[in-house]
Design a protein around this ligand. Structure first.
Ligand code: RIB
Ligand code: CA
Length: 316
């Protein structure tokens, strides 16, 4: 794939532990000229906007890519109060690891303005990767009605056809800001949904984790430091390994053949007492929404996924 044809992406993250691995992979894919990173932005979710912004900057700097722009974004969801995931990602969002401060100048433009400018400049080629709650994207669609015509597609880590990891019905990124997700799913931009249906199948096994911990690349050192805290939580949940949820949409962008999915209509429940934050898919239902706005990613070749992930993390 020539560099000129490689996908051009904007990554919006609530950095976060698995967001950190997603950034590692994106940088390595850019090094291989298989991806181009137009910019990144921080959204509240796993942690506060302050931590997410600072973490994204410092992770990029730790990976030698402090040159990649990071724009600040929403400090709270559209309607509800912020509820972080400190039990998984630590109080500061990085497993309570304190990284050296990035020396890059701090961007002051807001995420939604910078994203829109990048979409205009990319002339329809920009793909948006969302690995956190979709608040920044929703605010961009609200402020710039023509953004929907300027994005090639949106790849998300979020949602689930079946189940949830915050309630029995909802996955964290959608649960945190269902109103924002509803705006994104109704935008008309084609969506690739890497929900729990597939991200929980992309489990990294303990033996693979130990291999990653033993490698002395910057990515692996960062992985080892930042995952220590969440492994306790994973073990308490009876999960023998680690989910690298946010890596999925990044790898899907370059290696879609790793995954299988089906087109469907997907929209978000925003009012349910029990189901608020559920991504409702009509893939397997008698009654249909009448529009197929989403590729619901359902499965992954786990062994190939893990090998590609590890090979990328091993590279310095
Ligand atoms: O449900 C998993 C998602 O929520 C991941 O993006 C993780 O980083 C958290 O944001
Ligand atoms: Ca995330």
């Amino acid at each position: 794939m020539s560099e000129a044809m490689s996908p051009l992406v904007w990554i919006d993250l609530d950095t976060g532990v698995d967001d950190t691995s997603a950034l590692s992979c994106a940088i390595k894919l850019e090094n291989r000229k298989m991806l181009r990173i137009a910019g990144t932005s921080a959204v509240c979710g796993n942690t506060t906007q302050e931590h997410a912004f600072r973490n994204t900057r410092n992770v990029l700097a730790a990976l030698g890519r402090g040159d990649i722009d990071v724009y600040p974004g929403a400090e709270k969801p559209l309607l509800s109060d912020l509820r972080t995931a400190a039990h998984v990602h630590g109080e500061n969002g990085l497993g309570n690891v304190v990284l050296r401060e990035s020396l890059a100048p701090e961007e002051t433009d807001m995420a939604w303005d910078a994203l829109y400018a990048a979409a205009v400049e990319a002339e329809g080629e920009l793909e948006l990767i969302l690995t956190g709650p979709q608040t920044n994207a929703a605010l961009a669609f609200q402020k710039y009605p023509d953004l929907k015509d300027r994005l090639k597609r949106i790849l998300i880590m979020g949602g689930a056809e079946v189940g949830g990891n915050v309630t029995p019905a909802a996955e964290f990124n959608i649960w945190e800001d269902p109103e924002a997700a509803e705006i994104v799913f109704k935008s008309g931009v084609p969506i690739v949904m890497c929900g729990l249906d597939v991200t929980e199948k992309g489990l990294i096994y303990p033996s693979e984790i130990e291999e990653l911990y033993a490698h002395d690349s910057r990515s692996c050192r960062l992985f080892k430091e930042t995952t220590a805290h969440c492994r306790t939580w994973y073990a308490s949940m009876g999960i023998n390994g680690l989910h690298v949820h946010d890596v999925c949409p990044v790898l899907y962008t370059v290696f879609p053949d790793l995954f299988t999915g089906e087109e469907a209509g997907v929209f978000v429940e925003t009012r349910g007492y029990i189901t608020r934050g559920k991504t409702v898919s009509d893939r397997d239902t008698d009654v249909k929404f009448g529009v197929k706005n989403t590729t619901v990613v359902l499965d992954v070749d786990r062994d190939r996924f893990a090998k590609i992930f590890m090979d990328l993390m091993f590279e310095d």
